[in-house]
Design a protein around this ligand. Structure first.
Ligand SMILES: [Cu+2]
Length: 462
């Protein structure tokens, strides 16, 4: 047996019993040092504040480009603002909105200012903000500012911190941002109904005084959510507790999601928020490693970050991820729960994988001309058949990629990294498919290659 040689640790080495004794505050031999423990007890045990510290007067309003890289909301919108006597003033209007999830599926949802979800609110740490909320819904509502440090009466909790906002009323909220980060807003009155109908939005508060060279080149925000809309129905079903059939990024499902477009070498931040009713979403990015740099509770110190390719975004949380986009291509970014890559028509079907349906089909065809069963080799064949679904419904995949059909829907989008972007291109459009350089793309292996490498071909199945 090989002899294990213990590394020289140059100094007292505590055995397990001595560590336990030291940890219990005892000195095992009376002469042993208690390394580290003494330092730990001197370190501050509690933060000086967990709610932003003392109130301070608002600073001059922060301005885009001068003070921050404006955030992009792929497929979504941002809320307009104006400055009145040094205060940033916003106006949210809660209302019914006809919303398109992807070409082929629209529903009457609830949102704000003509958008589902609501437009993103953008500000800078130290800004004094005033948000008017008008209620044009047929039901009372409130707006809660998720993660924002503010006075209790501005927290937006119906019945507890304020009266509910009746239809036709306009309420005023006001606070000074004492933090920066990725935060959210949503109703805190009949949340189950109103959030299932689409009422939610993101808040991005930029830090103040970050030199331009240290800011991200691209800063994106994506809200994750889930819906139940029966095929053919015209409204979401707020009663659903499971079996959600639309999984969305900024209220769009693939192929309706907008890509995240960036230039080769860009420093990129992606802010993910999740206000799904029941699910957490592990969001996976192809092609890159990223660090999780912040939650809705604040920034994570550099020393506490670690590299990841998937970040779990629990419901009621936000996660910021950062990376350098130094590899060209069309890189998927998607929830890794496979059922969250489906659209309406991919759920609730009988399992016929591996079943020979030809006899069944010929018998049913006598009754229903042209009948054909689906799904014996999986969901992909539905795409190949260009299956017609019910009116106002969304098959899992209805889009043709540059090489073949794409068998994904739901919580899926593409990070598109390009060497050069059109000078007029602002990153809100789609530069098209990535043209793979010859010999950098997977393809059918040639006979010569198979022979050269001694690959014996398996006999065809069946
Ligand atoms: Cu998911």
């Amino acid at each position: 047996m090989a002899k294990y040689s213990r590394p020289d640790t140059s100094g007292p080495v505590l055995n397990r019993r001595q560590w336990l004794a030291a940890a219990a505050g005892l000195s095992a031999a009376g002469t042993l040092p208690t390394p580290a423990l003494a330092d730990v007890t001197k370190a501050p045990r509690w933060p000086s504040s967990s709610s932003g510290g003392p109130l301070h007067p608002g600073l001059q309003p922060g301005l885009p480009k001068r003070d921050y890289t404006p955030v992009r909301v792929p497929g979504g919108a941002k809320l307009a603002w104006k400055i009145v006597a040094g205060v940033k003033v916003f106006h949210l209007v809660a209302e019914e909105v006809e919303h398109e999830f992807a070409p082929g599926l629209k529903a009457k949802c609830w949102g704000y200012n003509g958008h589902v979800h609501g437009p993103l609110i953008e500000a800078v740490e130290g800004d004094r903000v005033r948000v008017y909320v008008s209620n044009r819904l047929p039901a009372p509502t409130t707006v809660h500012w998720h993660g924002v440090f503010l006075e209790n009466g501005m927290d937006g909790v119906g019945g507890i911190t304020q009266p509910i906002i009746q239809p036709g009323e306009t309420f005023r909220y006001e606070w000074t941002f004492r933090q920066h980060g990725t935060l959210m807003y949503h109703p805190h009155h009949d949340e189950m109904t109103q959030m299932a109908m689409g009422m939610m939005g993101m808040i991005v508060v930029h830090p103040r005084g970050i030199p331009a060279a240290e800011r991200p080149d691209r800063d994106f925000a994506i809200m994750l959510s889930e819906w139940k809309i029966d095929a053919g129905a015209s409204r979401p079903d707020p009663m659903a507790m499971n079996d959600f059939n639309l999984l969305t990024m900024n209220a769009r499902c693939f192929p309706g999601t907008a890509p995240l477009v960036m230039k080769l070498g860009d420093k990129v931040r992606i802010r993910l928020g999740n206000l799904s009713a029941m699910d957490h979403h592990p969001i996976h990015l192809h092609g890159f490693s990223f660090n999780v740099t912040a939650t809705d509770g604040g920034a994570i110190p550099n020393s506490a970050q670690w590299p990841e390719t998937t970040v779990l975004v629990p419901t009621g949380s936000t996660r910021d991820i950062e990376f350098v986009a130094d590899a060209e291509g069309d890189w998927p970014m998607h929830c890794h729960m496979t059922h969250h890559l489906m659209n309406q028509m991919g759920h609730g079907l009988p399992n016929v994988i591996g079943v020979d349906l030809s006899d069944l089909d010929s018998r049913i065809r006598k009754l229903v001309p042209g009948y054909m069963s689906m799904g014996a080799t999986g969901m992909g064949e539905m795409t190949e058949m260009q299956m017609d679904g019910p009116k106002n419904s969304l098959a899992t995949s209805i889009v043709q990629g540059q090489y073949d059909p794409i068998t994904m829907g739901g919580m899926f989008t593409l990070v598109k990294v390009r060497r050069a972007l059109d000078a007029t291109f602002q990153g809100d459009g789609d530069p098209g498919w990535y043209p793979h350089p010859p010999e950098t793309r997977a393809r059918v292996a040639s006979t010569e290659e198979l022979q050269r490498d001694g690959i014996a071909l398996p006999r065809p199945a069946g």
